[in-house]
Design a protein around this ligand. Sequence first.
Ligand SMILES: C[S@@+](CC[C@H](N)C(=O)[O-])C[C@H]1O[C@@H](n2cnc3c(N)ncnc32)[C@H](O)[C@@H]1O
Length: 431
Amino acid sequence: MRLPPAILANTEEVLREILRFTAPADVTLSRYFKDHPRLGGRERGAVAEAVYAVLRNKSFFTDFAGSGNAPMRRLTLLGMAEAVGAESLGGLTEEENQFLARIAQIDRSLLSPLMRSNMPQWLFDKLVAQFGEQETMELAAMLNTPAPLDLRVNSIKANRDDVVAELATAPIIAEPMPYAPLGLRVLKKPALQNLPLFKSGAIEVQDEGSQVLAQLLGARRGEMVVDFCAGAGGKTLALGAIMRNTGRLYAFDVSEKRLSKLKPRLARSGLSNVHPVVIAHERDAKVKRLAGKIDRVLVDAPCSGLGTLRRNPDVKWRQQLDAIAEMQEKQMSILDGASRLVKSGGRLVYATCSLLNEENDAVVEQFLATHDDFQLVPMSTVLAEQKIPLEMDKYLKLLPHKHNTDGFFAAVLERKPMAAKPAKAAEEDEQ
Ligand SMILES: C[S@@+](CC[C@H](N)C(=O)[O-])C[C@H]1O[C@@H](n2cnc3c(N)ncnc32)[C@H](O)[C@@H]1O
């Protein structure tokens, strides 16, 4: 069935706003849909997919749309044609149909690598310097493909086989994922919110890579654990379940708004070991009070988010090169603040969803150079401990084109066990 022609005007309107890049695309889209309640589910889906198609293919589309006298309308047509197919569009002029037909003939493999990557020049250059041109092109192709829908089974409430069987009755086909022991990949993208499995907290939406990160912390029953940058709690919920709802899990964040999104998820999850705490910054007194007392600390640091381009394609256009250096400074400060919580022999995991060495390896190397009481636990060791079938060296580097997850980095750091103090020094300490 064809989409109503008016949908093109809606798409053009919201696209114009999104391409100003003053707010995240998903936020602008949600607001637009709220302001336009008459748009049905199918129309909303098409508008959103078209907008995301333009964001993913912006370099290429802009180049071809720019030559006419109505570039925004042409961008809209290209986005819609990519998202739902030109044959689903009604109300096009003859000239517009010819334009789409002409673009469909273009052999994209003949375009320059930069144009094919659909990335800003600075990002393309950085990735080529890091991965080489051939791998950058493979990575870019995957980053420009929509992400699959991944679920995590909440082991407090259900097991993976039962969830697969119950989803099948919906009917939703879900397959176990290779790296996350509680992960399921859903083959299509059905609405999940009204499923009893979702409402009861038996499943959560979470990328496989994100599930792996939570597991790397190695949290155990009864431990004291801090999720230092908990946000809306994706990893907090996974950690709480890994701890079998025992011990104490603090969910810190500087954003009250983000932490408040954890509340309904927590209620569904059935977890009672999670304690959300808003902190002012990484040196807050609430943090200092726990210094040296925590078994495991996860720092899922604020970052450029470039590893999540499959889901948030606007990030590559909104992010600026000079923000990366600022981000790095912030990441080092947070890692330093969080490290003070870790007890002797305890572990600290530094993680990002960035692809850039500056936010990843460089932060960890700088940390180790200035904290000789910490040592790196090679990722190969951690993965073997956790029985995760991934081949890595020092660090975890999940890449969309290799692992079909979002791009994630993680390093595991251990506070060196404190040497026993000589008897005289211990006596002096007690006085
Ligand atoms: C990558 S997001 C966390 C995502 C979250 N862990 C999840 O799995 O859904 C980074 C978070 O760090 C928070 N943040 C920024 N600066 C911080 C700081 N100084 N201390 C603690 N959290 C901070 C941000 O508010 C944001 O929610």
